[in-house]
Design a protein around this ligand. Structure first.
Ligand code: ADP
Length: 404
């Protein structure tokens, strides 16, 4: 059985999925797993195609001290115990910079170019690249594909791509990239099956997870996003503030004596829902809390989504549908209801029963703009891109490169 391994590596976890390649390039998820607690309490957990557990084991901290070690442990488990020898590996890479508007086959040159964007995604990019490097070293003949969160937004026109700063900086790559592109691309591909007419129209997609952003899509293409140069901008997130006057950063440096790296840690780890509530970065805990600041954090989250929806509707010059996705968007009926309240002026009305059931369409039949809940699947997108690049690259037979 030909398989594709998908890897999504973060600072303390490596998530992976194995897809089998079926007839006509169809992909079927066979295994979903992760090693989390890297460097603290490493643990491998995995389930089969039906979600039944097939592994749950703890490791001593010395055995899995970092991301490459976690990749090695997961790889060994797949190869030695499950006899899985993928024909290619697809990776989520957060930042593709100005060059990459589509997935790319990885070689040492690509890795060197992607290194340049570590500063722009300090929490993600180094960890995304670590398993790529260890697989390149250990299995140099195994094709690897990088799939970027920025690529889907490379269709932005100049007005959406620029900051009002001197051109030299734009030329250097200081641009409004946008992120969560693999998720938006999945939704853009799924919409024609869910609502064919709407897929051709103007849609706002709200990806609300621990990272959160919104994308304005026209005819399935990204025209504007709430995120920019880095994944800090736009909506408030679990631990990131979202839109912030740059004067606040200057204040932190000049009045609080913070260094660039202190400010970086602060903005990526201590702000957002966590900073505002003082309770948690996890929406479930905020919803369960009776603390007034937890309520403020939820109110702020819904309010800012409403404000940004107005901005994106202006970019689209109208709106034909609104879509919720990701952890909060797919699972929290409460937050969806709060957001729809903010969209009331656009003529959106919620069907509370359908919302409580997490139905595909949660707006009332007489709502001027329909509202959908579409579960995202970034890993499937990565597997698809990986297979398609593998099949279209010249003069190689993937089977000959299988790792044995
Ligand atoms: P990421 O992939 O960016 O880590 P997810 O898309 O998994 O994030 O989303 C994580 C967020 O989703 C967390 O804030 C979590 O609290 C929230 N979440 C998950 N399930 C629920 C739920 N049932 N109700 C409210 N929030 C939820």
């Amino acid at each position: 059985m030909d398989t594709i391994l998908v890897v999504n590596a973060g600072s303390s976890s490596v998530k992976f999925q194995v897809y089998s390649v079926e007839g006509e390039g169809k992909l079927r998820r066979q295994i979903k797993g992760q090693i989390d607690g890297i460097g603290s309490r490493p643990r491998l957990r995995a389930g089969d195609a039906n979600g039944n557990p097939i592994a749950d084991r703890a490791y001593p901290i010395e055995a899995v001290p970092d991301v490459p070690a976690a990749m090695g442990t997961a790889g060994e488990w797949l190869r030695d115990e499950l006899r899985i020898h993928p024909i290619a590996v697809g990776h989520r890479v957060v930042h593709g910079g100005p060059e990459y508007d589509r997935p790319v086959l990885i070689d040492h040159g690509v890795v060197a170019r992607l290194e340049r964007f570590v500063m722009l995604a300090p929490l993600h990019q180094p960890h995304n690249l670590a398993p790529i490097r260890s697989i390149l070293a250990g299995f140099p003949a195994l094709p690897q594909v990088a799939c970027f969160d920025t690529a889907f937004h490379r269709t932005h026109g100049p007005l959406a791509d620029h900051y009002a700063i001197p051109h030299q900086l734009h030329a250097e790559g200081v641009r409004r990239y946008g992120f969560h592109g693999l998720s938006y691309e999945y939704i853009a591909n799924a919409l024609p099956q869910i609502a064919p007419d709407i897929a051709k129209g103007r849609v706002i997609v709200a990806h609300l997870g621990s990272g959160a952003s919104m994308c304005a899509m026209s005819r399935g293409q990204s025209v504007e996003s709430t995120m920019g140069f880095t994944a800090l901008d736009g909506l408030p997130m679990g631990t990131r503030p979202g839109q912030l006057d740059p004067g606040v950063v200057l204040y932190l440096i000049s009045e609080k004596g913070m260094s660039a790296s202190n400010v970086q840690d602060f903005l990526y780890r201590d702000c957002g829902l966590k900073g505002l509530s003082g309770v948690s970065n996890d929406m479930r805990e905020l919803e369960a809390s009776s603390d007034a600041k937890a309520k403020l954090a939820i109110d702020y989250f819904a309010y800012r989504i409403g404000l940004n929806a107005g901005m994106l509707a202006a970019a689209l010059q109208g709106l034909d549908a609104f879509v919720f996705t990701a952890g909060i968007g797919e699972n929290s009926a409460t937050i969806r209801a709060r957001v729809v309240e903010q969209l009331g002026w656009l003529g959106v009305t919620l069907d509370p029963a359908e919302n409580a059931r997490h139905s595909k369409q949660i707006s009332r039949s007489d709502s001027r703009i329909p509202v959908y809940v579409v579960p995202t699947d970034e890993e499937l997108m990565i597997a698809k891109h990986t297979l398609s690049l593998l099949m279209t690259r010249p003069s190689t037979n993937p089977r000959q490169e299988r790792v044995s």
